[in-house]
Design a protein. Structure first.
Length: 86
């Protein structure tokens, strides 16, 4: 079971840090490096779902240029914003 979690965290870090644009690599990759180990399974699932959205939309949500996401991802977007505001 622990091996599954380690593999999942590795996969999520990779997906977050290699988005295709440097800006998103930094926004999501740094957050993932900082926060993933402390997330529970529900939070990991939420972050994983968030990674399925296109970069322009994620960037707009994180920077506040667009209204918040649908589907209950507001909490994770807020966590990412707070991480980068510190």
């Amino acid at each position: 079971m622990e091996e599954d979690r380690v593999a999942r965290l590795r996969r999520l870090r990779y997906r977050a840090g290699r988005r295709g644009t440097r800006e998103m690599d930094l926004l999501l990759g740094r957050f993932a490096d900082h926060a993933l180990d402390g997330m529970n399974e529900r939070e990991l699932g939420e972050f994983e779902e968030l990674l399925g959205y296109p970069d322009p939309l994620l960037h707009a949500w994180i920077t506040g240029q667009a209204g918040g996401p649908a589907g209950g991802h507001e909490h994770m977007i807020t966590r990412i914003r707070l991480f980068h505001a510190r």
